[in-house]
Design a protein around this ligand. Structure first.
Ligand SMILES: Cc1cc2nc3c(=O)[nH]c(=O)nc-3n(C[C@H](O)[C@H](O)[C@H](O)COP(=O)(O)OP(=O)(O)OC[C@H]3O[C@@H](n4cnc5c(N)ncnc54)[C@H](O)[C@@H]3O)c2cc1C
Length: 381
């Protein structure tokens, strides 16, 4: 990977060369996949270093297969189960064992592993290069320093607020879901190798271990009427988080007492944009279909996009036709989980009673209902 700080005007790119806008999980994975197919690849990223906001990420087998095919092996903790706990009482509701291939990774570790693999595959990375607009049918990137970068094929992996998305779907606006999410990491002595969801009326707290198991990733979600923020994420006070979960039983208060720094996100439901390609530009990852975090699939779907688009760069319309139904099903399932976690009153009692029964009889059944999602292997022809 050759990293340049600035790129002013350039000559026309080679035929078939690929320009990737955005150095997140989607962009880096697609850059590697294209390079492995012999393409000349340039990746453009506004940040001065390849890095990630937030700490944890759950990788499911469908995304993990893409990482394997790319030759990317981030440091990871195996995820043995999804464990639903009643937040207010602390009583276990259902523990669904998972098969192999479910992992927890630190985002920084994943980005570092992807960046190293991109380097080995010969991807050119241009850091510190902010794209203002995509122009000329997706064949030109107007840069914030006034320069222009020409593109033959452009992959828009610049996320929900990116220039590629503005070019392909300019009228598509996000809607606030009525939910905000805090993200924090706290130290723990030891923690089961499972994702634990402490669910209560109108809120839930997800926790899982990272790295050597001495750090616990927390994602706490609360329903709210309004979201007023100047940006996509902002710092919040640990006390605000603690207050929101004051009615929960231990270990939640104990864990939240350890929070020193916390970020707050307004969760926006963008849905999939009505189109994913225009001219020479095709969107992948969050730029195409930001996914609510309640199914832990945004990055996994981004990895699937990256692999499949690299194989179909010459026919993005056909690629979109095949991808859309699967992505739409995953987005719908994520929305459904949001409702199920936050039930209250009688509906909550009925749901937890039914799940406790399932836990005694066949706890794996819940996981099996997602086989359509996790067993899918985009790396097999
Ligand atoms: C609370 C929370 C928890 C989540 N947990 C999970 C999980 O467990 N599992 C999972 O699979 N997914 C999860 N997700 C979703 C996942 O984080 C995203 O789907 C994924 O990171 C999207 O990657 P991306 O590369 O498409 O976009 P991004 O990560 O947004 O990357 C876009 C890149 O483009 C760059 N860029 C943007 N604009 C420009 C510009 N104009 N010029 C140049 N560069 C630009 C940005 O700097 C950035 O590097 C979670 C999300 C949230 C909010």
């Amino acid at each position: 990977m050759s990293a340049g700080r600035r790129c002013i005007a350039t000559t026309e790119p080679r035929d078939g060369a690929v320009t990737i806008l955005g150095g997140g999980i989607a962009g880096l994975a697609c850059a590697i996949a294209c390079a492995l197919r012999g393409r000349d690849v340039t990746l453009v990223e506004q940040a001065s270093a390849l890095s990630e906001v937030g700490a944890g990420l759950q990788i499911a087998p469908n995304g993990g297969r893409v990482l394997d095919a790319l030759g990317v092996t981030p440091r990871a903790v195996d995820n043995a189960a999804i464990h639903l706990v009643d937040g207010p009482t602390g009583r276990s509701v259902i523990r669904t064992p998972l098969g192999p291939g479910f992992r927890f990774v630190h985002r920084a570790d994943l980005i570092a592993a992807l960046a190293a693999r991109a380097a080995a595959a010969g991807v050119t990375v241009r850091l510190d290069t902010k794209v203002e607009t995509v122009e000329r049918g997706g064949r030109a990137l107007r840069l914030s320093d006034g320069g222009t970068l020409a593109a033959d094929r452009l992959v828009g992996a610049d996320g929900v607020r990116g220039a590629a998305r503005a070019f392909v779907a300019p009228d598509h606006r996000p809607a606030f879901t009525g939910q905000v999410a805090w993200r924090a990491v706290v130290p723990v002595a030891d923690w089961p190798r499972e994702a634990r969801i402490h669910a209560g009326p109108g809120r839930h707290l997800l926790c899982y271990p990272l790295r050597d198991g001495t750090a616990l990733n927390l994602v706490a979600v609360e329903e709210r009427d309004a979201w007023v923020a100047d940006g996509w994420s902002r710092s919040d006070t640990p006390d605000a988080l603690r207050r929101a979960f004051a009615g929960f039983a231990n270990p939640v208060p104990e864990l939240l007492a350890r929070v020193r720094r916390v970020h707050l996100w307004g969760l926006m439901d963008h849905g999939a944009t009505p189109r994913w390609h225009r001219g020479a530009c095709t969107l992948i990852g969050d730029a195409a279909h930001p996914t609510l975090p309640f199914l832990a699939q945004g990055a996994n779907l981004a990895l699937e996009d990256a692999w499949t688009l690299a194989a179909s760069l010459d026919d993005p319309a056909a690629w979109e036709r095949v991808r859309r139904p699967r992505v739409a099903r995953a987005l719908g399932a994520a929305r459904g989980n949001a409702r199920n976690y936050h039930l209250s009153g009688l509906r909550r009692w009925a749901a937890h009673t039914a799940l406790r029964g399932l836990d005694r009889l066949r706890p794996a059944a819940l996981g099996e209902s997602y086989r359509w999602l996790h067993d899918h292997d985009v790396t097999r022809p």
